[in-house]
Design a protein around this ligand. Structure first.
Ligand code: ADP
Ligand code: MG
Length: 290
């Protein structure tokens, strides 16, 4: 990243060319006994250093479950998760705390109120992950200002509480907080879904800058259109399974799976040629009778 800060060895055990995130044959089930439901089935995904991967799927397809499993908040029933060369699948709470403290992998949830402590000022919230790492208070203050600037927020906000900010400002604080430790990969779960269109454009611009700066991003969205301009690769999740993964331009230009075709033809900004309602109806029918 181009923070002007001294960059140490890449955090984590992997070499700098190894994937920053590897998910293999992930299965996640919720509930017990007869109420047991499978939320993810056989999901495999790799994210290379600096790569932006969009994960697209409708509500309930398992996107947040995937994010939460990768972050150790949900336990997989099968499969493995490797973060920066470390197999984290069997990690307990203490090991996860240690991994989080190192700041190798960070996250932004859909609702910024969940990513931010409502009782901490912006300044404290942003400095905290650095102070936990043993960075001096002066250095933390300096870096907080650098990252606040990167998400285009004024230093005037440092003393405010999350509740005193607009939705767009809160989301940008959450992004800055995820960045201060200079993680190798950031998972963003619907980062622009709750934002109005002006803020959406601005946050997507910030994400593009991060991508250019070499941070790997996993960009989760139910909206293919909003991710299309940022992602290098797109993975399509349908009913808990990845049905299609490829370069963004191929997935959008030549979608193979009927569900991806439906997504592409339903995204107003992506549709080429006249909207073909009949085709969409046919795809929907094909999907409901597999
Ligand atoms: P998405 O983020 O794509 O909307 P989720 O990962 O939130 O999808 O949900 C996937 C499926 O798992 C849905 O059927 C949802 O109802 C179910 N689910 C999610 N979280 C839980 C939970 N904590 N307990 C039981 N079922 C859950
Ligand atoms: Mg979700």
């Amino acid at each position: 990243m181009t923070t002007g800060l001294p960059r140490q060895e890449p955090a984590g055990r992997g070499r700098s060319t190894d994937p920053v995130l590897e998910v293999r044959d992930l299965d996640v089930r919720y509930g017990r006994g007869r109420r047991r439901r499978r939320a993810l089935h056989g999901v495999s995904l790799e994210v290379a250093p600096g790569e932006t991967v969009g994960i697209i799927g409708e509500t309930g397809s398992g996107k947040s479950t995937l994010a939460r499993t990768v972050l150790g908040l949900v336990r997989a029933s099968a499969g493995s998760v490797v973060v920066a060369g470390e197999e984290v699948g069997a990690y307990g709470p203490r090991q996860w705390r240690a991994l989080r403290r190192r700041g190798v992998i960070q996250y932004v949830f859909q609702d910024p109120l969940r990513s931010l402590d409502p009782d901490l000022t912006v300044g404290t919230s942003l400095a905290e992950p650095l102070l936990v790492q043993g960075v001096t208070r002066d250095e933390a203050t300096r870096r907080v200002r650098v990252f606040l600037d990167r998400v285009r927020l004024s230093a005037d906000l440092l003393d405010r509480l999350p509740g005193e900010l607009s939705g767009g400002q809160r989301q940008r604080v959450a992004v800055a907080r995820a960045l201060v430790t200079e993680p190798r990969v950031v998972i963003l779960d619907e980062p622009v879904s709750a934002l109005d269109s002006a803020n959406r454009v601005q946050v997507l611009e910030i994400l593009k800058e991060l991508r250019a700066a070499g941070v790997a991003l996993v960009l989760i969205s139910h909206d293919l259109g909003s991710v299309a301009g940022v992602a290098d690769r797109i993975a399509v999740l349908y009913r808990g399974e990845l049905v299609e993964t490829g370069a963004a331009r191929d997935v959008i230009g030549r979608p193979r799976h009927p569900y991806t075709r439906l997504l592409v033809s339903s995204a107003p900004t992506l549709r080429s040629g006249p909207a073909d309602r009949a085709e969409r109806e046919a795809l929907r029918a094909a999907l409901s009778h597999p």
